[in-house]
Design a protein around this ligand. Structure first.
Ligand SMILES: Cc1ncc(COP(=O)(O)O)c(C=O)c1O
Length: 414
């Protein structure tokens, strides 16, 4: 991955602003694919013509414009095939997962023209859902009911009935948790919601390319995806909208995306997303077979070589690439920075929350106390991760934990 830079903290309280120092040229072992993935070469290659010669506006009638239109519609068909949608017109291109989540939830509320009675969600959603609901509730636009999770991070299905009532208008639940990789058991809740005629949205951003996604099997009306978690560039995503679902646009302007999202389409990124979706579909069965043993090796060696460690979410079914590990008597911001200086990129929570001194709401919802939530690290592997990467990373993680613990007052007392 070429040269890298290491970052050091200015002061113990300075979590958000780091002093950037040049580090020696070293290969980065990138274990943060849930934050973002590198653009795949095939994706970049497909995008290039649309960043250079094929620059037409898809709304233009001339040939240059129509070439772009054709490319956008071909990509739309690829995305529809990727998620099993009946009709490519059910796909709206957006700027990414956050916009898709906003459009799904606020667009449903606005389409009704009145506050939503009740929205059912969970305690472990990404901030792109969580904060939207918080804002809507604060403005009196909905009442939110949150399904708790078990200590393994799974939706507590026994609580389902109390969270789905006759006045529920919308259910929004993620398919895969971004911090723990837990695959949420949403099927029964979605079936119950469908029987009650409730609109169903799922944030499938971390599921894409890791587990099969079929909108009809899931029975969802709305589904969010993001390109940059899938080897496509940042700033592109989709919202799937089942035909007949009431949804009001949030961005008004031109009549693009059939009046559901104004603004000239990001043609190159859309083309890239189409290729990434095709690749993900082709590789869906092979990728877990390759990545899961590497994730398991990382977990096994950490747990056996480092005392006082545990996998958060170990008791749940998880996607193949993610592990969230508690290293007791450490601080996860220090860990991220120390590992970064050794050339290993990991995360101390969701990318959107890093720099945030608050402990992870996901880990707290699973019942971890604050100090343990502050001592947990997410490792997320990807299509470019090799066995050599994992074997190189393990001893570096072991020594990093030893170094950090050697300065921890409670560890010293042990
Ligand atoms: C579960 C989930 N939803 C939504 C998002 C936001 O996606 P984007 O970065 O494309 O806005 C993310 C990004 O980390 C995510 O993990």
């Amino acid at each position: 991955m070429g040269s890298s830079q290491a970052r050091v903290r200015n002061s113990p309280n300075d979590v958000g602003t780091y002093l950037t120092v040049a580090a020696e040229d070293m290969k980065t072992i990138y274990l943060d694919h849930n934050a973002t993935t590198p653009i795949r070469p095939e994706v970049l290659e497909a995008m290039m013509p649309f960043l250079k010669d094929e620059f037409g506006n898809p709304s233009s009638l001339h040939q240059l414009g129509q070439k772009s239109r054709k490319a956008v519609e071909e990509a739309r068909a690829k995305l529809a095939a990727f998620i099993g949608a009946d009709d490519p017109n059910e796909i709206i291109f957006t700027s990414g997962g956050t916009e898709s989540d906003n459009l799904a939830i606020k667009g449903t509320a606005v389409a009704r023209g009145k506050p939503l009675s009740k929205v059912t969600t969970s305690t472990v959603e990404h901030s792109a859902v969580r904060r939207v609901l918080f804002q809507l509730e604060k403005s009196g636009w909905c009442q939110v009911s949150k399904i708790p999770v078990t200590s393994a991070g799974c939706l507590d299905k026994s609580a389902r009935e109390t969270h789905l009532s006759p006045d529920t208008d919308l259910v929004t639940l993620m398919l895969v948790n971004n911090e723990t990789g837990v695959i949420q058991p949403v099927e029964e809740i979605f079936i119950a919601a469908r029987e009650k005629g409730v609109t169903i949205h799922t944030d499938a951003v971390q599921a894409a390319g890791r587990i099969p996604i079929d909108v009809n099997q899931l029975g969802v009306d709305l589904l969010s995806l993001s390109g940059h978690k899938l080897g496509a560039p940042k700033g592109i995503g989709i919202l799937y909208v089942r035909k007949g679902t009431r949804l009001e646009a949030l961005i008004h302007g031109g009549s693009q995306e059939k009046n559901r999202r104004g603004g000239t389409e990001n043609v190159a990124a859309i083309v890239g997303l189409g290729v990434a979706a095709d690749l993900a579909r082709e590789e869906l069965s092979a990728a877990p077979r390759r990545i899961e043993p590497l994730r398991n090796l990382l977990e096994k060696e950490i747990l056996s070589q480092i005392p006082k460690t545990a996998v958060n979410g170990a008791g749940a079914t998880r996607v193949c690439n993610t592990t969230n590990i508690l290293f007791e008597f450490t601080d996860n911001t220090q860990m991220v920075m120390a590992l970064d200086m050794k050339g290993i990129s990991v995360s101390n929570g969701s990318a959107c929350a890093s720099g945030n001194p608050e402990p992870s709401h996901v880990l707290l919802a699973m019942g971890l106390p604050q100090d343990k939530a502050h001592a947990s690290i997410r490792f997320s592997l990807g299509s470019d991760t090799t066995k050599e990467d994992i074997e190189t990373a393990i001893p570096l993680i072991v020594t990093t934990v030893q170094q950090i613990r050697s300065n921890h007052p409670l560890w010293k007392e042990k």
